[in-house]
Design a binder for this molecule. Structure first.
Ligand SMILES: [Zn+2]
Length: 292
C-alpha cells in the first residue's frame, strides 16, 4: 500500500536466474532506456531532439566523456571507484561518436539489469566454446545497440518527427541532422518505429573498383517489420536505382519483392549518400502501397 511514485525509475524486476528470451531481454533494455529518456525530459523540461549522450551522463554516473585516440576501437567504458568514464574515438565522425557513447551507456544499463545471466544462458549445440562466446558477445552488443537507438532517437519523439517529415527517403537526412545520428542509424530506426511498414535496403556498388551495378548489403540494414526481400538482388547499371548512385536526385521506381510464396511489385524510393568510396544507396519499399 505504499506510494507508487517512490518506485518510479526502479520498477524493473531483476531477471535473476530465470532464463529470458532474447525478446524479453531486449524489452527490458528498451524499458530501462525509456526510463532514462523520461528522466532527461523531466530534467530539461522539453523533449526536443537531439538527445546527446553527455546529457545522460549525470543520470548514469558518468564522470567524463573523453575524446581520444583509440585506433580501431569505437569507444571504451571504464568503471572507476566514483563513476564511469567513456573514452570515445576522436577520429570518428561526430554522429558515430554519439552512437558509440550511447552504446556504452547501454552497457551500464545492461550491467544494472544484471543481464549477464541472460547472456550466459545462451547455449548453442556446439562444442566450439569460442563460437558460443562469439554468439554471446554479439547478443550483448545487440542489446546495447537497442538501448542506444532508444536513447538517441526515443520512439515516441522520433515517430512524431517522422510523421512531420513524412515516411520518405527524402526525410532521412533531415531526421539524421535533427537527431545527430548517422544515415544508417536513422534508416534502421525508421523501419523499427514507422507505423506503416517500410523495407529499407542499403546498396553498395559491385565490384568495388569498377562498378557494374549495385548489390544489397545483407545484415542490420535489412531489418524491418515487413519480411520482404527483393526478387532480383543485384541491379545493373541501366536500372533506376543506379541513377541514385550516380546523382543526388531522389529516384522513384517499382521493384519485385518476395515474401514466402508471394511476389509483389512494390513502389520504391532510392537516394545516394556520401561520396567516393564511401558512397551508398538507401532504398525504401512500401508493401502497403502496392497495386496488386
Ligand atoms: Zn559494446
Amino acid at each position: 500500500m505504499g506510494d507508487n511514485s517512490l518506485k518510479s525509475g526502479s520498477s524493473i524486476e531483476q531477471p535473476g536466474m530465470v532464463p529470458l528470451s532474447s525478446k524479453e531481454a531486449t524489452s527490458l533494455m528498451i524499458e530501462k532506456a525509456k526510463q532514462l529518456v523520461n528522466q532527461l525530459v523531466d530534467y530539461r523540461g522539453h523533449d526536443k531532439p537531439p538527445f546527446l549522450p553527455k546529457e545522460y551522463s549525470r543520470l548514469v554516473n558518468i564522470r567524463e566523456i573523453k575524446k581520444t585516440n583509440l585506433g580501431d576501437t569505437s569507444a571504451l567504458l571504464l568503471k572507476l571507484h566514483d563513476g564511469y568514464v567513456i573514452k570515445v574515438n576522436q577520429d570518428h565522425h561526430q554522429v558515430r561518436q554519439n552512437f558509440s557513447c550511447a552504446h556504452e551507456i547501454g552497457h551500464i544499463l545492461f550491467s544494472d539489469l544484471k543481464l549477464e545471466n541472460y547472456v550466459r544462458s545462451i547455449e548453442y549445440r556446439t562444442f566450439d566454446i569460442s563460437k558460443t562466446r562469439e554468439i554471446q558477445a554479439r547478443a550483448r552488443e545487440t542489446l546495447c545497440d537497442a538501448a542506444a537507438a532508444e536513447l538517441l532517437m526515443p520512439e515516441l519523439v522520433f515517430r512524431k518527427y517522422l510523421s512531420t517529415f513524412g515516411l520518405s527517403i527524402a526525410s532521412v537526412k533531415y531526421l539524421a541532422s535533427t537527431f545527430k545520428v548517422s544515415i544508417q542509424a536513422v534508416t534502421r530506426r525508421i523501419t523499427e518505429v514507422s507505423i506503416e511498414p517500410c523495407i529499407a535496403i542499403l546498396w553498395r556498388p559491385w565490384p568495388k573498383s569498377k562498378p557494374r551495378g549495385l548489390r544489397p548489403v545483407i545484415g542490420k540494414e535489412l531489418r524491418g517489420k515487413a519480411n520482404y526481400m527483393p526478387v532480383h538482388e543485384k541491379v545493373n547499371i541501366s536500372s533506376a536505382l543506379y541513377k541514385a548512385y550516380q546523382s543526388d536526385t531522389l529516384v522513384k521506381t517499382w521493384k519485385l519483392f518476395k515474401n514466402a510464396n508471394t511476389v509483389k511489385r512494390l513502389p520504391v524510393e532510392a537516394k545516394g549518400f556520401g561520396t567516393g568510396e564511401a558512397r551508398f544507396i538507401i532504398s525504401f519499399a512500401f508493401p502497403d502501397r502496392s497495386k496488386c
